[in-house]
Design a protein around this ligand. Structure first.
Ligand SMILES: CC(C)(COP(=O)(O)OP(=O)(O)OC[C@H]1O[C@@H](n2cnc3c(N)ncnc32)[C@H](O)[C@@H]1OP(=O)(O)O)[C@@H](O)C(=O)NCCC(=O)NCCSC(=O)c1cc(O)c2ccccc2c1O
Length: 261
């Protein structure tokens, strides 16, 4: 597959997968999801690869979720809601090798969900995390909510989704959303250090450990599968469309206009 939206590099046992849409703050469209799925599976089946790094190009963002400019009631792509996000999430979970999120700048919306799904997250002091769905007419009814609660606890996960605030790297570390925080100029060296330590370990033991962690939350795939159909119906409503329009028009959404309950 020729990649348009991502970069793929493998060196000394580590695969680096970079979302390469810095002009869109590394937001993903259908094509981006397809390429990420392909790259994750490629790294997963390469016996020379023992660790996978997921990153975003440039210094502004790791990833800001679904590309709102490719979303008018339905994202582009072949998934239930357009984007094949369920398959992308499954690819991160199923690849039998640790996936490390390397986060500089914004990890917002679906970008924060990708971090949540990655086995480990290493952040720059300048990283900013948060969920934005209920502000832009969306929600991740699966790993983005249910797994997040496992990672940061129920109260914090609900706060993140209900209030849509932004959180600093220090706050993310305190709530267990990231593993470590380093100065921006040390980010790559720190990620490399973690990869090197992983590469010294037994690949089979790591694969079994990853499966074992995953099994405990495997039911969330079922929640997501059902939830995507509800989300598809929601995307067709004026309430959801108002969120997308407001983001595109850079104004506050008015979700309550015309509501009867
Ligand atoms: C990221 C921000 C917090 C940055 O805010 P800031 O004020 O610094 O900058 P701007 O807002 O002016 O943005 C600069 C520039 O970037 C464009 N941009 C940013 N994010 C996106 C995006 N996602 N898509 C398209 N474009 C984006 C922005 O329009 C500006 O462009 P200009 O040309 O005007 O300069 C802030 O931008 C922000 O909060 N972004 C929110 C992005 C967003 O709404 N993301 C989608 C959320 S929904 C989602 O991601 C999602 C993910 C999933 O995994 C799902 C899974 C299952 C179901 C549903 C899912 C889902 O909905």
């Amino acid at each position: 597959m020729d990649y348009q939206d991502i970069l793929y590099e493998s060196r000394e046992g580590t695969a680096r997968i970079v979302i390469n849409r810095p002009d869109r703050m590394n937001a993903f469209r259908g094509q981006t999801c397809e390429e990420l799925i392909h790259a994750l599976q490629r790294a997963g089946s390469d016996p020379g690869i023992g660790a996978i790094v997921l990153a975003g190009a440039g210094d502004k963002a790791f990833c800001t979720g679904g590309d709102q400019s490719a979303h008018a009631g339905q994202y582009d792509g072949r998934g239930t809601i357009g984007l094949p996000v369920e398959e992308l999430h499954a690819a991160i979970r199923d690849v039998p090798k640790p996936v490390i999120a390397r986060v500089q700048g914004y990890a917002i919306g679906g970008g924060n969900v990708l971090c949540t799904l990655c086995d480990l997250t290493i952040a720059s002091e300048r990283a900013v995390f948060g969920q934005v769905g209920p502000r832009v007419g969306s929600v991740d009814p699966g790993y983005g909510t249910a797994l997040l609660a496992r990672v940061v606890g129920e109260k914090k996960a609900r706060e993140m989704w209900y209030l849509c605030r932004r959180y600093s790297a220090a706050e993310a570390l305190a709530m267990g959303l990231v593993n470590t925080v380093v100065a921006p100029e040390q980010l790559d060296a720190e990620v490399q250090k973690w990869c090197d330590e992983i590469l010294e370990k037994s690949p089979t033991a790591l694969a079994i450990a990853k499966r074992s962690f995953n099994m405990d939350t495997a039911h969330i795939a079922g929640i997501a599968g059902m939830g995507m159909y509800a989300l598809k119906l929601y995307y067709d409503t004026e309430e959801s469309r108002e969120g997308v329009r407001a983001f595109q028009e850079k104004r506050k959404p008015d979700f309550r206009r015309g509501r009867v309950q």
